[in-house]
Design a protein around this ligand. Structure first.
Ligand code: ADP
Ligand code: MG
Ligand code: MG
Length: 898
């Protein structure tokens, strides 16, 4: 196996790159694109990449090296030294390298990188001699010890920061840059002592010299430890959490890139920066990014100093040429990758070097805009434009915004780093955000700047607010990736995380923990108090892409809705009908009393009156639904849940009775309550979800389906007479044998005929069934003989196929199954392949029984893009999902068809 791949030029300027951009699974994203950039002639500091597979072998063998791997690395290291004409650790002219992680999927800031590797007490002299800049050299050495100690040895970064602060205080200076070469040399000595005092000899016996742990002077030891640390960072807790969050497999591993260093901190004609070829927040074609003069590595992202916008680069003396070259490279990269790219670069004494590129992350708004613009520019086709946008990401656009009519005072302004608005209690630490979310309270995470340790809190919070950092800071990048609103760089916010409060300079406002704040990541506005939020509409770019999607998709998209408002909303989002109207949702509120009367009363007259009341109410409900969906199908499911769901909880009654007795209530009243409790208890079942529900209810109490079908037909007749075009369909749930359907179909047809006669109109109402039990799926040919349509109820079908209770999936074992990879994903979120087989079988057999059968899916899976791809294969006609997911399903369906 080939474990190491070279990239960049040799000593004669020939490209000796061995990889390319298609090798991300082997070289990681960073390594594959460093190779690609070298191949297309861009300036890349030479280096080599150790494969992801080597990382996994190393990890799986309990952190021991596969045979021969270290030898190969040595060969490539010697080759790199030959190509550069310098040796690592050399006392005259040392080569310094960076050791960079880089997984197949981009995981920004999750894993580790070490810069300036190769410095020791000899090579520092070579660096001083070569650069004639002792201050730069000592600063590089102290940065290296600091990074190596933190990243490779896991020492607390504060140990070193505190030493720097103490040094600044002792010298009476404010900034790091005011420390002299001698100061930095002194710091290097102190850093080495900190290293010796804090690294345990027991952990690193090989680093013990003269009875004491010493900072490793041998560059080969430095290199091996750094590579091992990068391998190890694949499994650090934040990387593991990020993968879970982003559905990235745990067995990919990370590559390690060993690359010759270039220096952005060599004075005022040196700089470092990050940029996007287009604006990643709104997609505008403009240069976007930040740079810092005389800085190294992650100074830009860390938000330590305030950065300058990239567009100004070509106006800075000494950086003009590099600035112009960079703009040319933006175009080269876009034409080559045919997509928006993000890049990291460094300018060393006027010379531009490319350190990284990849297809850039972007907000949903930007994704839409870029796809449409690139299609117009002729860079990509319409199909590609539709395929470019992640359906799940559209969710961001369906997020709340500040209501345009709301009035509020702007407390502070920052950068509009990630769109959408959030309202919540201010919290000042990731742990507090997690705690608030667990307690069901919405919060906004307020931080000076976030770092990877804040990830759990960022996920828990509704939105993120920072006082430092630019639009490419950690907070901004992660928030955009998650679709969480973010306002960053609010300089007037003076945060005291210890005291859990922030003051807004220029005002007397103090934000304390628990105070409600509103942020608008689209405009960068911060408000004290709650601002009303509204949902956005389908307009502009979103509408364009969805129209394009509609040209390609073959699956229909309907909505699950049970009131006219939701129906109208889903229609405005492009729903082509209602795939599931759950009538039990119409039995809540005041209606609960009526259905309780029906269930609990033995007196026929009382029961009949209750059913009549329900009929009146339901007729009104259906009238509103069919009117809102005029001209489009509305599938009404007959009553489905176990009746006990409409009754009071016997346990609550028991408590009440005990209280009545304790407070000496009237004995007759107590007896009455007790009777009610016993009555309700008689409806209790061991497994209600496998009990008296669905079509079983209709068979035992035919009066219920008669009432519901009569209400449907009556509402339809009324609308028809008013000149509308109502299209209701009747759906019978939880059928397992065809006789159930046959019988209830007869009841429904008879009822419809009666209403036709009464009202003097003809009523065409298709009658179908849900397929949500395995028996129904495997006998679908029989069942279809009595059905005009099937709707696969994949929630119940998943529950009954696995025998997993869907109400308990969050509980004990399913999370364990996921953690232990017994299940690849939660089958209630994305349809399981086994359950999908039953769907495919049901569709195929169903068509044998009835060639005109319409087939749809109405479980939660109907709005899940991954499931939609699977349903496309199953041959269903449409999916049905909650109103807000209709746009997502339209796009996903187009991608499934392409
Ligand atoms: P991440 O994946 O977290 O972005 P990188 O490996 O890209 O980590 O390293 C972070 C930063 O370190 C880069 O953006 C770059 O500024 C700096 N860096 C990495 N390698 C080099 C190098 N060979 N020369 C100069 N700077 C480097
Ligand atoms: Mg990077
Ligand atoms: Mg069901």
């Amino acid at each position: 196996v080939k474990r190491v791949y070279a990239f960049g030029k040799d000593a004669d300027g020939n490209n000796v790159t061995e990889g390319n951009t298609s090798m991300k699974m082997v070289l990681g994203g960073k390594g594959a694109n460093l190779a690609e950039m070298a191949n297309i002639g861009l300036p890349v500091p030479p280096g080599f990449t150790i494969t992801c597979q080597t990382c996994m072998e190393y990890a799986n063998a309990d952190n021991t090296w596969p045979e021969g791997a270290l030898d190969t690395i040595r060969e490539y290291r010697e080759d790199l030294e030959a190509r550069m004409g310098k040796r690592i650790g050399d006392a005259e002219d040392p080569l310094l390298v960076s050791v960079r992680s880089g997984a197949p999927m981009s995981m920004p800031g999750m894993m580790d990188t070490v810069l300036n590797l190769g410095l020791n007490d000899q090579s520092i002299n070579g660096l001083i001699a070569q650069t004639e800049n002792p201050r730069f050299a000592w600063d590089s050495y102290r940065r290296f010890i600091q990074m190596f100690s933190n990243v490779v040895m896991g020492l607390d970064g504060d140990l070193f920061e505190n030493a720097i602060t103490a040094m600044k205080n002792a010298r009476g200076v404010a900034s790091d840059t005011d420390l002299t070469a001698e100061d930095l040399q002194e710091l290097v000595r102190e850093f080495k002592d900190i290293f010796s005092e804090n690294v345990l000899a027991a952990d690193y016996p090989s680093l013990v010299v003269d009875g004491e742990v010493q900072f490793p002077q041998d560059p080969m030891v430095q290199l091996q430890l750094a590579i091992e640390a990068v391998f190890g960072s694949w499994n650090n807790p934040r990387a593991t959490l990020y993968r879970k969050q982003n559905k990235i497999a745990d067995d990919l591993g990370t590559a390690v890139n060993v690359q010759s260093m270039v220096f952005g901190n060599k004075g005022n004609t040196s700089a470092t920066g990050v940029a996007f070829t287009r604006n990643p927040a709104n997609g505008e074609a403009e240069f976007y990014g930040d740079y810092l003069v005389n800085a190294q590595g992650e100074d830009v992202v860390a938000g330590i100093r305030n950065t300058s916008p990239i567009a100004e680069l070509k106006e800075v003396e000494g950086l003009e040429e590099a600035g112009l070259e960079l703009e040319g490279i933006f175009t080269t990269l876009e034409n080559h990758f045919r997509d928006m790219c993000d890049i990291e670069f460094t300018i060393e004494q006027g010379k531009l070097w490319m350190l990284q590129t990849r297809v850039g992350k972007r907000t949903a708004a930007a994704a839409l805009h870029i796809a449409i613009e690139m299609e117009k520019e002729g860079l990509i086709t319409k199909e590609e434009a539709v395929k470019r946008v992640d359906p799940e990401q559209l969710d961001q656009l369906l997020h709340p915004q500040f209501d345009k009519n709301a009035t509020y005072d702007v407390l502070a302004r920052g950068l509009n780093a990630s769109p959408g608005a959030a309202v919540g209690e201010a919290v000042f630490s990731a742990a507090d955000a997690v705690a608030a979310a667990e307690a069901g309270r919405k919060c906004v995470l307020v931080r000076w700047e976030t770092n990877p340790d804040d990830l759990a809190g960022m996920i828990a919070a509704e939105g993120i607010l920072t006082s430092h950092g630019g639009k490419t800071s950690h907070a901004a990048v992660i928030a955009r990736g998650m679709g969480a609103p973010c306002v960053c760089g609010v300089e007037s916010l003076k945060i005291d995380a210890e005291k859990k409060q922030a003051v807004v300079s220029g005002t007397d406002v103090v934000i304390s923990e628990g105070d409600v704040v509103s942020i608008d990541g689209t405009s960068g506005i911060v408000v004290l108090g709650a601002v009303d939020l509204v949902m956005p509409e389908l307009t502009g770019d979103l509408d364009t892409i969805l129209e394009w999607a509609d040209e390609f998709r073959t699956l229909g998209v309907r909505a699950n809705a049970d009131n006219p408002e939701d129906a109208a909303l889903s229609r405005s989002f492009g729903a082509q009908g209602i795939g599931l109207c759950r009538t039990e949702h119409m039995f809540l509120g005041d209606r609960k009393q009526i259905i309780q009367t029906f269930i609990l009363n033995e007196d026929e007259a009382v029961r009949e009156k209750a059913v009549n009341d329900l009929f009146e109410a339901q007729t009104g409900d259906f009238y509103g639904m069919f009117k809102a969906m005029d001209g489009l199908p509305v599938i009404v499911r007959l009553l489905d849940p176990p009746l006990h769901e409409f009754l009071e909880s016997p346990r609550a009654l028991d408590v009440e009775i005990a209280r009545m007795e304790a407070t000496g209530a009237d004995a007759a009243a107590v007896a009455e309550k007790r009777e009610l409790m016993e009555k309700i208890d008689s409806f209790a079942e061991q497994n209600p979800m496998l009990g008296m529900r669905g079509c079983r209810l209709g068979i035992v109490y035919p009066i219920l389906p008669v009432m519901q079908v009569r209400a449907i037909a009556t509402a339809m007749a009324k609308l028809k007479k008013e000149g509308f075009d109502p299209k209701p369909e009747v759906m019978i749930p939880l059928v397992s044998v065809k006789a159930e359907l046959e019988k209830l179909r007869g009841v429904a047809e008879k009822t419809i005929a009666e209403v036709e006669a009464e009202q003097g109109v003809t009523l065409e109402i298709p009658i179908g069934t849900m397929i949500e039990l395995p028996r129904a799926a495997v006998t679908a040919d029989d069942i279809a003989k009595h059905a005009d349509f099937f709707s696969f109820g994949t929630n119940d079908l998943t529950q009954t196929t696995f025998g997993f209770s869907r109400d308990d999936v969050e509980g004990e074992f399913v999370p364990q199954y996921l953690a232990q990879h017994i299940l690849p994903y939660n089958p209630f979120a994305t349809i399981d392949r086994g359950v999908a087989k039953l769907v495919a079988m049901g569709v195929k057999l169903g068509h044998e029984g009835n060639p005109d059968l319409m087939c749809g899916v109405c479980g939660e899976h109907g709005g899940d893009p991954d499931s939609i791809h699977i349903f496309q294969e199953c041959g269903v006609n449409y999916v049905s999902c909650s109103p807000y997911r209709v746009p997502i399903a339209r796009l996903a369906a187009a991608q499934a068809a392409l």
